[in-house]
Design a protein around this ligand. Structure first.
Ligand code: SF4
Length: 495
């Protein structure tokens, strides 16, 4: 289906695309007039004194419909933020129009299509709003369900203790280290990960280049009085490295980044077939405080379908190794909506996980990313319908509650099979601080290694600039001197 989406401002049309995709996920959207379109949409905003208006119109064949939403700027929070209020009203008008037109039930997140919805709550909390008023505002202004408004507000409240202020906000940073190699590529993966078998000759030069980047950034951060609060070693699958290389990197991390200010070091050991006692003991000795062992599902048939090449037994073995190695915080990731799975499969996975008694559970809603194998061969995979995925998330919420966990971070992704969310659950005292800093974007996070993203944040205004390392290891190795020089410059310019 081709839909034209026109507006009196191009920026408005771009923003409104996300609302149209809630109703027509597979449609081609044209932001210019096209004779071929089957559905024509027009969105506009107006300012009349303190009254602001968003309008949406629809034309399909001989049918015409329109919707208008208005508000008094003076009675809205942050009246100076006119541009965002106008966008919100236009999205709301379009959302209401398409809900009526399609007869499709409104999604629980309403017009909130951004990936970091907790940021809105933090902004309101900063302005002195009380939780009850925030929940009311979220349901009215974004047409979110009351259930999601409470979830969002509670999660943000739990995060407040980690959001830095004053001197600490300027001084403390976090570091992400990306190891872009994996044993095999999962069918849903869009991360920059390279099969270690096919890239064997790149691994050693990559580790050396990365060690150089870690040392240089550690030195530059130290000279500027910056201290590392948390380190997250992810990827890819860092534990795919042999123990000598993994230890070498962890030693460099310790020597260059870790100080008395460092409270957490996470090591992704996502693929259980890469976990050994030698590696995890060494990780403990190097001060790693948290590991992540990610089954995604405990169903062997699904594991085969998604190309993970490990069994549920290997998950159990890897978890036992992590405990024996002395880890007190172990995370497990699961995905709701994997190809061919029903809510009953997810329930079995959750029951199997509960036996391990992990401290963290991270539940993702399946997303079909453009660069994934699933997207390239959609017809070969049976994708779960949204209602089933919703059931899966509810089961996960219940299971996490029974394991003594509560949500501590939340984000949304583009292209989810159902417009829901990803939630990190944790037992009290086991929240992953890095995850909160990374999602809330109130701390500078420096990304080192393949495909790693850096976010330089200006404390107080929370203005941020992003910078990304090259994804493919070959380019990363070849350009390492230039990459280091650029990052040191960026870090200095934010001092
Ligand atoms: S383990 Fe993670 S990074 Fe590696 S292929 Fe699978 S999804 Fe991608």
């Amino acid at each position: 289906m081709i839909i034209e989406l026109l507006s009196n401002q191009k920026e408005l049309a771009v923003t409104c695309q996300d609302v149209v995709r809630l109703f027509f996920p597979d449609a081609e959207i044209s932001l210019e007039h096209t004779e071929e379109c089957e559905l024509s949409l027009k969105a506009a905003s107006y300012v009349d004194g303190s009254v602001i208006r968003g309008t949406a119109q629809l034309k399909e064949g001989g049918k015409f419909a329109a919707e208008q939403v208005s508000g008094d700027l003076e009675s809205l929070p942050f009246p100076d933020d006119l541009r965002n209020h106008l966008k919100r009203l236009v999205k709301l008008a379009l959302f209401r129009l398409l809900t009526k037109h399609t007869g499709q039930p409104a999604g629980p997140w309403g017009i909130l299509t951004g990936i970091r919805p907790t940021k809105i709550v933090h902004r309101l909390l900063d302005a002195g709003w009380l939780p009850d008023s925030i929940e009311q505002y979220l349901t009215a202004a974004y047409e979110m369900s009351a259930e999601k408004a409470v979830l969002l507000t509670d999660t943000a409240l739990r995060q407040r203790v980690y959001l830095l202020k004053g001197k600490e906000a300027r001084e403390l940073i976090s570091v992400y280290i990306g190891i872009p190699f994996c044993p095999t590529r999962c069918a849903y993966c869009s991360f920059p990960s390279y099969s270690v078998e096919n890239s064997a000759s790149l691994v050693e030069p990559f580790v050396e280049a990365l060690a150089g980047e870690i040392r240089a950034i550690g030195r530059a951060a130290g000279e500027m009085g910056r201290k590392v609060q948390t380190v997250y070693v992810g990827g890819g699958t860092p534990t795919v490295l042999d123990s000598e290389k993994m230890c070498r990197l962890l030693e460099v991390i310790n020597d260059s980044l870790v100080s008395e200010a460092t409270v957490e070091i996470t090591l992704e050991a996502g693929r259980p077939d890469t976990v050994t006692m030698e590696k995890l003991r060494a990780a403990r000795e190097q001060g790693v405080t948290r590991v992540s062992i990610n089954p995604q599902t405990m169903n062997p048939v699904t594991l085969e379908v998604i190309g993970r090449r490990h069994s549920p037994h290997q998950v159990a073995d890897a978890f036992a190794i992590a405990r024996q190695a002395g880890f007190k915080t172990i995370n497990m990731d699961v995905i709701a909506g994997l190809p061919g799975e029903t809510a009953a499969d997810v329930q079995q996975t959750l029951a199997a996980i509960a036996v391990f008694e992990p401290e963290n559970l991270t539940v993702h809603t399946m997303a079909v990313k453009r660069a994934s194998r699933i997207n390239e061969a959609k017809d070969n995979f049976e994708i779960s319908p949204p209602r089933e995925v919703d059931k899966m998330l509810r089961l996960a919420h219940e299971a996490a509650g029974k394991m003594g966990m509560r949500p501590y971070y939340l984000y949304r992704q583009k292209n989810m099979v159902s417009p829901l969310e990803n939630i990190g659950y944790a037992r009290c005292g086991h929240d992953c601080i890095y995850n909160v800093q990374m999602i809330e974007e109130r701390q500078t996070v420096i990304g080192l290694g393949g495909g790693a993203g850096s976010k330089f944040v200006e404390p107080g205004t929370w203005y941020l600039t992003s910078h990304y390392n090259p994804k493919d290891p070959e380019t990363y190795i070849r350009r390492i001197d230039e990459i280091i020089a650029l990052k040191v410059d960026k870090l200095r310019s934010f001092d």
